[in-house]
Design a protein around this ligand. Structure first.
Ligand SMILES: Nc1ncnc2c1ncn2[C@@H]1O[C@H](COP(=O)(O)OP(=O)(O)OP(=O)(O)O)[C@@H](O)[C@H]1O
Length: 627
């Protein structure tokens, strides 16, 4: 048997193109060839199961071997092998069936996956790192002859009689000069570990030395001896391929540790398992969140039949669940998946909503099962839930039953419970319920205390997503407004009919206003005399809720640029009924009046952490003087 021929393709030489465009991703050659080998092994098993092959199966094995001297990497399998005819069909023709289209399109391709995926070039990725590729193969079919195929990366190939004596295939790569890095053991080990750690067929890479018990010595102590065993780099049946009923919590936790050795234990997990309308298995973990969110993104690994594909799962997993960890395996996603494929694929969209639903169901189940335990985890879970509610309408519909609001006393309420709690007492004169919240309880402590004195409840909204969540609640909840606790003096937070009047006459008010305006003398501060309870603070500095939100949005790039450029403006509310005001009015000289006013303003600033630098120093010396 000897045959020479031309690979059917309309371009002079396609391999330099492949090499050039795929260079950055060239390590995937190993993934492609090893998965072909794994497929071949699984195919023979299937044939045997179907009764179409009755020969010896042997132990299924794929082996990757390195020969530094000969500069070769060999990928061998004991799969079904190929006849010379099959090589012609599958290697020479099929791979290039779309070749002319390929030549047309390669120039726009952004990554190697896109090219390989579209044109079925899996096997040809071998040329990314080789000058010469050789196939030695023997088919399982009765009477099959061993065949050898060689191609040097030009468009000509050669098929001759092969030398393999057992069923299966060797793919021998003669590594080219630019790719010698792949002739390092650690390099191949790294790639195998990345892509092949969970492949369903044992992958051997060299051998390792292990200690084995070897009887006892003269003193009766156990002896051991060193033995060389196959170095199998993978776990062939990872937990996502098993039934949840066969797994314990320890199994899930151990797998998590295997994936993320340095992470704390996760909060809980979800085992995914669907076979209609798409195939998907996987385990998703809710991690304990750290502040560094960016570091925690892209931790979900995407597999296709246990072959690692990518950890960029942006389009498969809803954005709000990008902080989850774990694995997803779907044969419906091709090995050579590309971003544009994912975005366009309808299965991917279905997978996305399936995951959203599963996560919502799991949270509802946890909530129903043990509310207390759920509340304890709320700080971590809350972030996902709120993010999900803000970004996905469908999730919001489900989550509104198990989302919690937490107040400054660390009590948790569902949305409905909270509404019932405050609906009567925190009702304004227009029939709107006002939810009061703090985004920085330490800084806003004096405001929180004042609100609590009036028996108003204050919600905690201090996680990174809460800014959006506040707006979301306002949109979703009927006749409800949310106000930050420092957006006005406590008694004005909720506009009720029973407002306290100021005892000052018009002239007195004017005078007090003048004194304070002079004492502040800073741009952006507007003084206002209000009638408050005499026990409330004499001076309160607030920023209007609307203005502040617009500024916050501008800062986050929310398109409110105009507000972002406005100087900060504050309201200085002077409690006309406080005795300090009476004291200022009765003080003889202007100097004392100014000092008292300045002192009261500084105290208000101090309470809010707004007094710093030279102003703080001046305040301290003025205080000493006043003592
Ligand atoms: N080790 C092997 N043993 C038996 N057949 C093989 C082996 N490697 C490749 N083949 C055959 O060659 C064909 C072409 O392989 P190639 O990797 O180019 O494409 P594919 O595996 O069909 O698709 P893709 O890799 O793009 O997902 C395979 O479908 C298979 O029939």
């Amino acid at each position: 048997m000897e045959e020479k021929g031309t690979i059917s393709i309309h371009t002079e030489n396609i391999f330099p193109i492949i090499k050039k465009f795929l260079y950055s991703d060239n390590e995937i050659f190993l993934r492609e060839l090893v998965s072909n080998a794994v497929d071949a092994v699984q195919k023979i098993k299937r044939l045997a199961a179907l009764g179409q092959y009755s020969g010896e199966l042997g132990n299924p094995l794929v082996e990757v071997a390195l020969d530094k001297e000969k500069k070769t990497i060999t990928i061998s399998d004991n799969g079904l092998g190929m006849t010379a005819e099959e090589i012609k069909k599958y290697i020479n023709q099929v791979a290039f069936s779309g070749a002319s289209e390929f030549v047309e399109k390669f120039k726009d391709a952004k990554d190697a996956n896109e090219i390989i995926g579209k044109f079925g070039l899996g096997f040809y990725s071998a040329f990314m790192v080789s000058d010469l590729v050789e196939i030695q193969t023997l088919s399982y079919q009765e009477g099959a002859e061993p065949a050898r195929w060689v191609c040097d990366g030009s468009t000509t190939f050669e098929i001759t009689e092969g030398s393999r004596t057992t069923r299966g295939t060797d793919i021998i790569l003669h590594v080219n000069a630019e790719s010698e890095e792949f002739l390092e053991t650690f390099k191949l080990e790294g790639i195998l570990d990345k892509y092949g750690k969970f492949l369903p067929v044992p992958i051997k890479f060299g051998t390792k030395t292990e200690q084995e018990p070897d009887g006892e010595d003269e003193e009766g102590k156990p002896k051991s001896k060193s033995v060389e065993t196959d170095n199998i780099i993978n776990t062939t049946n990872p937990i996502w391929t098993k039934a949840p009923a066969d797994l314990s919590d320890e199994d899930y936790l151990a797998f998590y540790k295997q994936l993320y050795p340095f992470s704390e234990d996760p909060l809980f997990w979800i085992h995914l398992n669907v076979d209609y309308p798409f195939n998907l298995t996987g385990v998703l973990y809710f991690p304990k969140l750290k502040n560094d969110f960016e570091m925690q993104r892209n931790k979900i690994r995407l597999f296709s039949r246990q072959v690692f594909i990518t950890d960029e799962v942006k389009d498969i997993v809803p954005e709000f669940l990008m902080l989850l960890h774990g694995v997803i395996d779907s044969p419906d996603i091709p090995l050579n998946v590309s971003r544009s494929f994912l975005q366009a694929d309808s299965n991917v969209k279905k997978i996305n909503s399936y995951i959203t639903k599963k996560v919502a169901d799991k949270l509802q189940e946890l909530y129903n099962k043990d509310r207390k335990a759920y509340e304890e985890k709320w700080t971590d879970i809350g972030l996902f839930v709120k993010y999900g509610m803000v970004s996905e309408e469908k999730f919001n519909d489900k989550a509104k039953d198990f989302a919690l609001l937490t107040n400054t006393k660390n009590e948790h309420y569902t949305l409905e419970e909270y509404h019932d709690k405050v609906k009567d007492f925190q009702l304004d004169k227009n029939g709107q319920v006002v939810y009061i919240y703090s985004n920085d309880p330490a800084k806003q402590d004096s405001f929180i205390q004042s609100a609590n004195k009036l028996e108003y409840d204050v919600l905690l909204m201090n996680s990174p997503i809460d800014n959006h969540f506040v707006q979301h609640l306002e949109q979703k909840l009927e006749k409800t407004a949310l106000k930050r606790v420092d957006s006005s003096v406590a008694s004005k937070l909720i506009d009720k009919d029973d407002q306290v009047e100021s005892v000052l006459t018009e002239d007195q008010s004017k005078k007090v206003k003048e004194v304070f305006e002079k004492a502040i003398s800073k741009p952006g501060y507007t003084v206002e005399i209000v009638g408050l309870n005499p026990e409330e603070l004499p001076v309160t500095i607030t920023m209007d809720e609307f203005m502040r939100r617009m500024k916050d949005m501008a800062q986050m790039g929310g398109g409110m640029g105009f507000y972002g450029n406005m100087p900060d403006s504050y309201k200085v509310a002077i409690n006309g009924n406080h005795k300090l005001v009476a004291k200022i009015l009765s003080a003889g000289d202007e100097d004392t009046q100014a000092k008292l006013a300045r002192q009261a303003v500084d105290l208000a600033l101090l309470a809010q952490g707004m007094l710093t630098g030279a102003e703080l120093t001046a305040f301290v010396s003025r205080s000493v003087e006043l003592i």
